[in-house]
Ligand binder design. Structure first.
Ligand code: ATP
Ligand code: MG
Length: 461
């Protein structure tokens, strides 16, 4: 379990208000079933809130009303809902890179909408936001509980995905044309920025269409969420590469293995995988800059390790060491900065360094990223995905919009998209997790002159 992120340093009050399309006047079809079983406590009352910070001293030292404490709206079924399920058409789209569990979320959405709310029309849009744009000519697929009944054993997404920005005006034109009332968006930060623009366009046209996101980030970098779906499956799979890399390293004289893992800006996968398979001697993450050459630099420490142990294993997140490169300004199709290849840099630098010191070197380099991204969700993530899907359906049926679902302090909650994209969840170099990594690896706190800055959990892009 990832530790809940810390409260942001800023004193600015955080606005947790979730947008609503209007009053809820339709009786939920779930009502009779739950009432008959006397399980009314499963309903969420409008006044229910989940405290953002449940530290006792923060609560008890307050002067004002308890209701004024920062708090989030809990997920779950409401007695009254906004949409009439029999007249509701739903769209589902998946965008961005792959992540374990996307198909589980799709299946969870379809089965909850159909079996519990009685929604009869669910459309899957193909290849991300391209699926809404007529000029791409992608088919729209009907999704039913039968058609998605065995997709969760597969990695990837049955709907396909894409990068590259699409025009929110054209997306909303398509939603209007098809009479869609609810759009579920499964994707990362870029996807959620897109969903925000779609919500704004819907609002500008005064339409009653709910946009609800299920955030997908294998890097676990979305703020206000304890842990993102697929993260646990991803770091579990990564441990297999670490294990293999260790075997390779110790079976050759002066063996050095490098495992490059995902983590563009946040090194959670590298940290968790290295702790789960406690074989790494060095973990390099984007949050902790390092120097390569010179006294106390990474290369010197690596040489010392190989001299004392006979081999060494390095786990590097893909975004580590970006400070060692010049910014070439390259961007991908979605406008994300293209990362420089830290794996290549390390390989070259280590090879040159060992040669310069006249040392034998047996280098192995493993990049399992595409294997990890495409594995099916493990049982833990499968449970998490289906519960997120149920939460998203309840929120959308109740008319909530421009929001994502997430879990905060083990409670499922609604989070405005604006907050979910406002910052990035990162490993704090002064926090417990990084300290555990340092203890497990025995690596120095920093390489060379770098003293890592404190990273606020919501410390910006
Ligand atoms: P990940 O980075 O985890 O793979 P992502 O959702 O961030 O997922 P992107 O490729 O950045 O992946 O974005 C996915 C889609 O979201 C793109 O196809 C694009 O249409 C849309 N998108 C990205 N950024 C924006 C933005 N700033 N505004 C509007 N739409 C965007
Ligand atoms: Mg992204």
């Amino acid at each position: 379990m990832v530790e809940p992120t810390e409260r942001p340093a800023s004193r600015e009050p955080i606005d947790f208000t979730v947008e609503s399309l209007g009053p809820r006047t339709v009786d939920s079809p779930l009502a009779p079933r739950l009432l008959a079983r006397r399980t009314t406590h499963h309903y969420i009352e409008e006044t229910d809130r989940v405290l953002f910070d449940d530290t006792l001293s923060k609560v008890s030292r307050r002067d004002g009303d308890l209701e004024d404490l920062p708090s989030l709206e809990p997920t779950g079924p409401r007695k009254k809902i906004f949409f009439d399920p029999s007249k509701t058409r739903v769209g589902i789209v998946t965008c961005g890179g792959l992540c374990p569990g996307i198909n589980n979320v799709i299946r969870g959405l379809v089965s909850e909408l159909t079996n519990h709310y009685g929604v009869r029309r669910i459309y899957g849009f193909k290849n991300g936001y391209q699926g809404f744009i007529p000029s791409y000519g992608h088919d729209v697929v009907d999704l039913t509980p039968e058609s998605v009944s065995d997709i969760d054993g597969e990695g990837g997404t049955i709907l396909g995905t894409s990068r590259g920005q699409q025009d929110a005006v054209e997306v909303v034109d398509c939603l209007e044309r098809m009479g869609i009332s609810i759009l579920f968006v499964i994707g990362g930060d870029g996807t959620m920025r897109g969903a925000q623009k779609i919500s704004a366009e819907i609002k500008a046209r005064d339409l009653k269409i709910a946009v609800v996101g299920i955030p997908k980030t294998i890097d676990n970098d979305i703020p206000f969420i304890d842990q993102s779906f697929g993260f646990q499956s991803a770091f579990s799979e990564a441990t297999r590469s670490i294990r293999s890399a260790k075997v390779e390293a110790r079976t050759a004289p002066n063996g050095v293995s490098i495992v490059k893992l995902m983590g563009r800006h946040s090194g959670f996968i590298a940290c968790y995988a290295a702790l789960a398979q406690n074989d790494a001697d060095f973990v390099l993450i984007p949050e902790v800059p390092f120097t390569l050459a010179g006294p106390g630099g990474f290369l010197e420490k690596l040489r010392e390790k190989v001299a004392s142990q006979g081999h060494a294993l390095v786990v590097a997140a893909e975004g580590a060491g970006q400070e060692l490169f010049d910014d070439d300004g390259l961007k991908d199709a979605s406008g994300n900065k293209k990362l420089q290849d830290v794996g290549r840099l390390l390989r070259q630098a280590i090879t040159d360094d060992f040669a310069a010191h006249d040392l034998e070197l047996n280098m192995r380099y493993i990049d399992p990223s595409y294997v990890i991204r495409s594995v099916p969700a493990n049982p833990y993530d499968s449970v998490y995905c289906i519960r997120l899907a149920h939460a998203a359906v309840h929120a959308a049926m109740a008319g909530r919009t421009n929001m994502v679902v997430g879990r905060w302090r083990r409670r499922f909650v609604h989070i405005p998209i604006a907050l979910a994209v406002s910052a990035r969840n990162q490993v704090d170099p002064h926090g417990d997790l990084w300290w555990s990594v340092l203890e497990a690896t025995g690596q120095p706190w920093s390489f060379g002159d770098f003293a890592p800055e404190h990273v606020s959990a919501f410390g910006g892009q």
